[in-house]
Design a protein around this ligand. Structure first.
Ligand SMILES: [Zn+2]
Length: 223
C-alpha cells in the first residue's frame, strides 16, 4: 500500500513537474484557483472590435481576438489597434473553412497564411489557434505542434452564433455558471453580444473575476 502511494505520488509529481505547455496542446479551460477568466472573440477583425476595445479600456479588461487571416488583410489597421491596446491576437484560419475537411498541406497553409497576415499587420506572431467551428483533428494538431502553437477551444459559449438567442440569453449563458479558469467564446460580429458586454463585465466583476488574455490564463495553470 505504501509503495503504491509512493508510485502514485511520483506519477503526480512527474505530471506536475512539466508545465501545462509541455504536456498539453488543446485547452478547453485552465485549471487554476485564481479568479481569472478569458473573454475571446472570433471572426474579426471588424469595426465592432474597436467599440469593444473602448469599453475594455474603461473596464480594465484584456481579451483575446481570434482573427480570420483574409479579414486581417482587409483591415490590418484594426488588427494593429487591437495589438496596441494590449489584447492578444490569435489565429482563426485564413478562410474560416472547416479545417477537418482539408488535407494536411491545406491546413498548414490556412494557419501559416494567417500567421503571416497578422505578422505583416502588427509585427506579432500568434501563439494560439481556434479552429473554425471549434472542430479539429490530428492533422490540425500535427501542424500546431510543428509551429509550436496551442489549440484553444472553450468551456463557456455565448451561443451568439445562433441568431435565435437574445441579448439577455447571451448575458445569461456567459455569466450564470462561469468559474475560475473558464475560456469564454463570443463573436464580435454579433450586435447583441456587443450590447450585452457592459452587463457581462459587470456581473463577472461582481463574482470577483478579472479578465486576462488566454496566454496569461494558461500561465496561471495549477496556481
Ligand atoms: Zn469563427
Amino acid at each position: 500500500m505504501k509503495i503504491y502511494s509512493i508510485i502514485l505520488a511520483g506519477l503526480f509529481l512527474g505530471a506536475t513537474a512539466f508545465g501545462a505547455d509541455d504536456v498539453k496542446r488543446t485547452f478547453w479551460d485552465v485549471k487554476t484557483k485564481q479568479p481569472l477568466v478569458a473573454l475571446t472573440f472570433d471572426d474579426g477583425p471588424d469595426d465592432n472590435c474597436l467599440q469593444l476595445m473602448e469599453l475594455f479600456k474603461k473596464e480594465d479588461v484584456k481579451a483575446t481576438f481570434f482573427l480570420v487571416g483574409k479579414k486581417v488583410k482587409e483591415k490590418p489597421d484594426i488588427a494593429k489597434k487591437i495589438a496596441e491596446a494590449g489584447h492578444e491576437l490569435a489565429n482563426h484560419s485564413y478562410t474560416h473553412d472547416l479545417l477537418i475537411k482539408k488535407t494536411p498541406e491545406e491546413i498548414k497553409k490556412e494557419i501559416v497564411d494567417t500567421q503571416n497576415a497578422v505578422k505583416e499587420a502588427t509585427g506579432l506572431e500568434p501563439k494560439l489557434l481556434r479552429a473554425p467551428n471549434v472542430k479539429q483533428d490530428d492533422n490540425v494538431l500535427a501542424v500546431l505542434k510543428e509551429l509550436n502553437m496551442k489549440s484553444i477551444m472553450a468551456s463557456v459559449s455565448a451561443a451568439d452564433w445562433d441568431r435565435k438567442n437574445s441579448k439577455d440569453q447571451i448575458i445569461e449563458a456567459v455569466t450564470a455558471k462561469t468559474k475560475a479558469g473558464d475560456i469564454i467564446v463570443m463573436h464580435s460580429w454579433r450586435k447583441e453580444t456587443l450590447e450585452g458586454m457592459p452587463e457581462i463585465i459587470k456581473r463577472l466583476k461582481e463574482k470577483g473575476f478579472k479578465f486576462v488574455t488566454v496566454s496569461e490564463l494558461i500561465s496561471n495553470w495549477g496556481k
